[in-house]
Design a protein around this ligand. Structure first.
Ligand code: ADP
Ligand code: MG
Ligand code: MG
Length: 915
C-alpha cells in the first residue's frame, strides 16, 4: 500500500523540507517547522502522488487513502485535544493546496471545515464567542460553495454571477444598510442573518443544500483542492512559469487556529527581508481580528508589522510591534531562526489566537531581481551563504529585469505625480492604459505597451498582468497575491494607489477630478510607487556597483566563454561593456542595410548585376574600402579580442533593386539599359532562396567575391598591427556542407594572406579559419570538416530550420498550433531543441574533435542568449556562446549556473557512491 498521508505535529512528524516533490512546498515546510519545534497547528499532508492517482482514477480517491486520512485525523485530534465533528468539543480544519513550487493564490484553500448544525452550539458554549463562530461559518459557506460546489464542479458562471460574488453582494448590502465600514463591524445577529441568507442563496444558485456533515465537508474540500490544480488560473500560471502539469498538488489538512476571535487575535503575512528592494529588515502586514485570507485578498488596508517599515499608506495604523510587543518579539525570533535555517529570505504566514502565536507557512520568498541581487550580496557578506550559492540566487531571467530601464531621475524631477501607491514591483514602465486583462493581452499582441489598471489585485488576471508593461491597482497591499506574482516576474507594479477611482465598465479612471481613458499614457515608477501622467524617459540600470561586483563573482565561477553577435563598432562597444570576450558573429552584409548603407549598397548592386568578371572586379574594388573600414573599426574596438567575421551569406537577389529610380541609376553607372537591369535581376530570382545560391556557394561561383572580403579582413588587421593595436580576425565560411568547399576557400585565404603579409612587411597575422555549422550534412561529416576548419560555430537558426524542415520565416502559420497541442514543448528557434537538434550538435562536436583535438566550438544563433540553451552548450562542451550584446550578462550568469550545477551534481553523485 502506498503511503499517501504524512502527519505533522509537535510529538511526531513524518515529512521534512527535502520532501517538496512529494509533499509540496507548503507541506514539506510545515513538517520542517514542526521538527524545529516552532508552534504549528497539527495536521497532515496528502501527497502530490495521491493527486495524480486521484486524476488517473477519474477523480475518485485512490484505494487506501481514506483510511490513512482517518488515521492521521485521529492523531490531530489527540494532539489538539478536540474531536472533528464532536458535539461539545469540535475540532475545525483547513484544507490547503500546495504544489512543489509555490503558485501564490493560483489554487484553492477551504477554511473552517467542520462547522454545521451539530457542532455550532457546542463551539459557542466552549468559546463563549458567538460572533466568532458565525463569522467563521459565513466564511466557510463562502469558500466552500465557491471552491467545492462551483469551481470543482466545473461550473463557469457568467461575469458577476459566481456564487462568491453573489454572497459578497449580500454582505455588502447589509453593511451599507447598517452603515458599517468594515467586516469587523458586523454584529452576531448580522452574521447569523448572513449565514441563513447565504445558505438560501447557495440552494437557489447551485441547486444543492449546503452540506451539514463534517466528514462530507472534509472529503469535498480535499477533492476540490486536488481539482484546483486544473483550475483556469493554475493552468495559465503553469504555462507562463513552465511548471509541468504532471507535478500535481498536495493537500494539507490542518487544525484551524483563529485570528478572528477578537482583539487579542490577529493574522499576518511577512517577509524576513523586503522582497521588493532586498532591504534587510523584517517586513510585513497584519490585521487584528481577521482570518488569513483577509490579508492576502487585499480587502482591508493591512497594518504595518513594525515601526521601521511603515509606509505612506499605513502610517496611521498601529504596528504589531506596538500593539502586541511580546508576540512581536516572539515572531521576530522565529523569522530570524527560519531565515538562518533555510539560509534564504522566507515568506511567512502567522495567526495569533487569543494571545498565542502559530506559524502557518514558510517558504522561500519571491523577490524582484534587484532584491535578489541585494540579498545575495548581503547574505554573502553576513556569512550566511557561500559564493556559488550567491551566484545561484539570481536567476538569469531576473538579470534581464536589472538591465531594464528605470525612470530617468532627472526627467522625473520635473514631472507631476498624479497618485502614490505601494512600490510592489520595481523599475519603470510607460504605456497605454487598459482596464481589463483581456485587453492587455490583445494590445500587447498588436505591439502596444500597456499599463494594466485595476481596482484591486486579482489572481484571475495573470495573463493580462504578464502581457502588461506595468500594473497599477487602486487597492491591495504589498503582500497581496497579485503583488507577489508581479514581483516574481520582476514586473513594474504599484498597488493600493488609493487616489485612483477605476471604472472598468466605462473604460476610464479618475484621479482628483481628472479623467483618463483607455489608451491614455501613464508612467509608473515601481521602485517608489509614483504614478505620472504621460511618458517619461528611461535610463539604464547597470551602473550599480553591486551589479558589477556580482558579475565579477559570476565570472569567477564561469567556464564557458561568452561572446556577442555584433555588426557595427557601436554594437561591439556595447558588447564589451557588458563583458563580451569577443565577437562570435560579425556579419559583413550588415553594412548594406539601414543607415549609411546607400553607397556600399549601390556598389554591391553593381557587383551583383555585373555580367563579366571585369565589371564585377571593378565594383568589388570600390566596395573593398568600405568593407575594410567597417571590419577595421570593429577589430579596433575589440582590442585583440577575437572577432569572427562571416563572409557574405544572404542570397544575392535580396539586394536586387526593385524601384525604378534605383534601377535607372544603376543602369547608368553600368552604361546599360534599365531593361537589361530588370532582366539580370530576374535571372537571380530563386524559388527557394534560403537553400539557393548563397553563403559559400557564392564564394565557389564567384571566387573574387570571397577574395575581396578576405583581403579586407587581412588588410584591416595588418593596418591595426602597424598601428600597434592587436587584432585577431577569425574568418568564417557560411552554409557549408562539405570539406571540399572549405579547401577551395582556404586556397584563396592562404594566397591573400601571403600577399598581405608581404605588402605590409609583416611576419604574421593571428587569424583562424573556420566554418559555420548549419546544415545537417556538415554535422554528419564534421570529422572531415574539422580537418580544414580550426573552429566551428553552430548557426542554430539555420540548423534548426533545416533539421526540422521548418522555414523560419513561415513558422507563423503553424508553430502556434504545435505549441498549443503540445506537439513541441517549446519554440526551437528560441531555445535549442536539445533532444533532436542537440544530437546533431553533440555529434558534430565529438566528430570534429576526433580529428582536431583543440577545435574551438561556438554557437551564434538566437538561442545563444537563452539560459536553457546556454546550459546545454556547457554540457555539450562548447568553447563559447555568442548572443546579442544586451543578453551577454544573462549568458554569463547562465554559464556560471551551468558550472555550479554540474559540480554540485558531481558532488551529490560522489556522496551516493560512498553510501
Ligand atoms: P495560499 O497558498 O493561497 O496562501 P493557504 O493555504 O496558505 O493559501 O491559505 C490561505 C489563508 O488561510 C492563509 O492566510 C492561511 O494563513 C490561512 N489558513 C490556512 N490554514 C489555516 C489554519 N489551519 N488556521 C488558520 N488559518 C489558516
Ligand atoms: Mg499561504
Ligand atoms: Mg545562416
Amino acid at each position: 500500500m502506498k503511503k499517501y498521508v504524512y502527519f505533522f505535529g509537535s510529538r511526531k512528524t513524518d515529512g521534512k523540507a527535502e520532501m517538496k516533490n512529494l509533499l509540496g512546498g507548503k507541506g514539506a515546510n510545515l513538517a520542517e517547522m514542526s521538527r524545529l519545534g516552532i508552534p504549528v497547528p497539527a495536521g497532515f499532508t496528502i501527497t502530490t502522488d495521491c493527486c495524480n492517482d486521484y486524476f488517473a482514477n477519474r477523480a475518485r480517491f485512490p484505494e487506501g487513502m481514506k483510511e490513512q486520512v482517518k488515521k492521521a485525523l485521529k492523531l490531530v485530534e489527540e494532539e489538539m485535544g478536540m474531536r472533528f465533528g464532536d458535539r461539545d468539543n469540535s475540532l475545525l480544519l483547513s484544507s490547503r493546496s500546495g504544489a512543489r513550487s509555490s503558485m501564490p493564490g493560483m489554487m484553492e484553500t477551504v477554511l473552517n471545515i467542520g462547522l454545521c448544525s451539530k457542532t455550532i452550539p457546542g463551539l459557542i458554549k466552549k468559546t463563549g464567542n458567538e460572533r466568532f463562530v458565525f463569522d467563521s461559518y459565513r466564511r466557510l459557506i463562502t469558500m466552500y460553495s465557491d471552491v467545492v460546489m462551483e469551481k470543482a464542479e466545473g461550473i463557469e458562471p457568467e461575469e458577476g454571477k459566481g456564487i462568491r460574488v453573489q454572497l459578497e453582494a449580500i454582505m455588502d448590502g447589509l453593511k451599507r444598510s447598517k452603515g458599517y465600514k468594515n467586516d469587523t463591524d458586523l454584529k452576531v445577529e448580522d452574521l447569523k442573518y448572513l449565514c441563513d441568507e447565504y445558505k438560501k442563496k447557495v440552494m437557489e444558485v447551485l441547486d444543492r443544500p449546503f452540506p451539514d456533515d463534517p466528514m462530507g465537508q472534509l472529503w469535498g474540500s480535499i477533492g476540490a483542492v486536488f481539482k484546483s490544480w486544473n483550475g483556469k488560473r493554475a493552468v495559465a500560471y503553469r504555462r507562463i512559469e513552465g511548471i509541468p502539469d504532471t507535478w500535481g498538488t498536495a493537500v494539507n489538512v490542518q487544525a484551524m487556529v483563529f485570528g478572528n476571535m477578537g482583539d487579542s487575535s490577529a493574522t499576518g503575512v511577512a517577509f524576513t527581508r523586503n522582497p521588493a528592494t532586498g532591504d534587510k529588515r523584517f517586513y510585513g502586514e497584519w490585521l487584528p481580528n481577521a482570518q488569513g485570507e483577509d490579508v492576502v485578498a487585499g480587502i482591508r488596508t493591512p497594518n504595518p508589522i513594525n515601526e521601521a517599515t511603515k509606509n505612506e499608506q499605513n502610517m496611521h495604523l498601529p504596528s504589531l510591534e506596538k500593539a502586541m510587543p511580546g508576540l512581536y518579539r516572539q515572531l521576530h525570533d522565529i523569522q530570524r531562526r527560519l531565515e538562518r535555517h533555510y539560509r534564504d529570505m522566507q515568506d511567512i504566514e502567522f495567526t495569533i489566537q487569543e494571545g498565542k502565536l502559530y506559524m502557518l507557512q514558510t517558504r522561500i520568498g519571491k523577490r524582484t531581481g534587484t532584491a535578489a541581487l541585494n540579498m545575495a550580496m548581503d547574505m554573502l557578506k553576513e556569512g550566511l551563504i557561500s559564493e556559488p550559492i550567491a551566484v545561484m540566487r539570481l536567476k538569469p531571467e531576473q538579470l534581464d529585469e536589472l538591465l531594464h530601464p528605470i525612470v530617468d531621475p532627472r526627467a522625473e524631477k520635473t514631472a507631476t505625480i498624479i497618485a502614490r501607491g505601494l512600490p510592489a514591483g520595481p523599475g519603470g514602465a510607460s504605456g497605454h492604459i487598459v482596464f481589463r486583462a483581456e485587453d492587455a493581452v490583445e494590445w500587447e499582441k498588436n505591439g502596444k505597451k500597456v499599463i494594466l489598471v485595476r481596482e484591486e489585485t486579482n489572481p484571475e488576471d495573470v495573463a493580462g498582468m504578464r502581457a502588461a508593461e506595468g500594473i497599477l491597482t487602486a487597492r491591495g497591499g504589498m503582500t497581496s497575491h497579485a503583488a507577489l506574482v508581479a514581483r516574481g516576474w520582476g514586473k513594474c507594479c504599484i498597488v493600493g494607489a488609493g487616489a485612483i477611482h477605476v471604472d472598468p465598465v466605462d473604460g476610464k479612471m479618475t484621479v482628483d477630478g481628472k479623467t483618463y481613458k483607455e489608451g491614455d499614457i501613464l508612467t509608473l515608477n515601481g521602485t517608489k510607487g509614483y504614478v505620472y501622467e504621460g511618458r517619461i524617459g528611461m535610463i539604464d540600470a547597470t551602473e550599480n556597483p553591486r551589479f558589477q561586483n556580482f558579475m565579477k563573482l559570476v565570472d569567477k565561477y564561469r567556464k564557458l566563454g561568452v561572446r556577442a553577435n555584433a555588426d557595427t563598432p557601436a554594437d561591439a562597444a556595447t558588447a564589451r561593456n557588458f563583458g563580451a570576450e569577443g565577437i562570435g558573429l560579425f556579419r559583413t552584409e550588415h553594412m548594406f542595410y539601414g543607415e549609411n548603407s546607400e553607397k556600399p549598397l549601390f556598389l554591391l548592386r553593381q557587383m551583383i548585376l555585373s555580367n563579366t568578371v571585369e565589371e564585377r572586379k571593378s565594383a568589388l574594388d570600390k566596395l573593398f574600402s568600405y568593407v575594410k573600414g567597417d571590419i577595421k573599426a570593429t577589430l579596433k574596438v575589440m582590442q585583440g579580442l577575437p572577432v569572427t567575421i562571416r563572409l557574405l551569406d544572404p542570397p544575392l537577389h535580396e539586394f536586387v533593386p526593385q524601384e525604378e529610380v534605383q534601377q535607372k541609376e544603376l543602369a547608368d553607372s553600368l552604361g546599360i539599359d534599365v531593361k537589361e537591369i530588370v532582366i539580370r535581376g530576374e535571372l537571380l530570382h530563386e524559388l527557394n532562396p534560403m537553400m539557393g545560391h548563397r553563403g559559400v556557394r557564392l564564394g565557389i561561383t564567384y571566387p573574387e567575391v570571397s577574395e575581396m572580403q578576405i583581403r579586407a579582413i587581412f588588410e584591416a588587421a595588418a593596418e591595426l598591427i602597424k598601428e600597434k593595436t592587436k587584432a585577431i580576425p577569425e574568418i568564417m565560411i557560411p552554409v557549408t556542407c562539405d570539406v571540399n568547399e572549405l579547401k577551395e576557400q582556404d586556397k584563396i585565404i592562404k594566397r591573400i594572406y601571403k600577399e598581405v603579409l608581404s605588402k605590409f612587411n609583416l611576419r604574421k597575422i593571428d587569424y583562424k579559419m573556420g566554418t559555420m555549422i548549419e546544415i545537417p550534412r556538415a554535422c554528419l561529416l564534421a570529422d572531415e570538416m574539422a580537418e580544414e576548419a580550426e573552429f566551428f560555430s553552430f548557426g542554430t537558426n539555420d540548423l534548426t530550420q533545416m533539421g526540422f524542415g521548418f522555414s523560419r520565416d513561415d513558422i507563423g502559420g503553424f508553430l502556434g498550433a504545435y505549441l498549443e497541442k503540445k506537439i513541441l514543448k517549446a519554440d526551437p528557434f528560441q531555445t535549442i531543441d536539445q533532444e533532436g537538434i542537440g544530437q546533431l550538435i553533440e555529434m558534430a562536436i565529438t566528430k570534429g574533435r576526433s580529428t582536431r583535438k583543440d577545435l574551438k566550438v561556438g554557437i551564434c544563433g538566437e538561442q545563444g542568449g537563452d539560459p536553457a540553451s546556454v546550459k546545454f552548450c556547457y554540457k555539450a562542451g562548447l568553447t563559447y556562446v555568442s548572443c546579442s550584446p544586451y543578453r551577454v550578462p544573462i549568458a554569463r550568469l547562465a554559464a556560471a549556473h551551468a558550472t555550479i550545477e554540474a559540480s554540485s551534481g558531481k558532488k551529490k553523485a560522489a556522496k551516493k557512491k560512498k553510501r
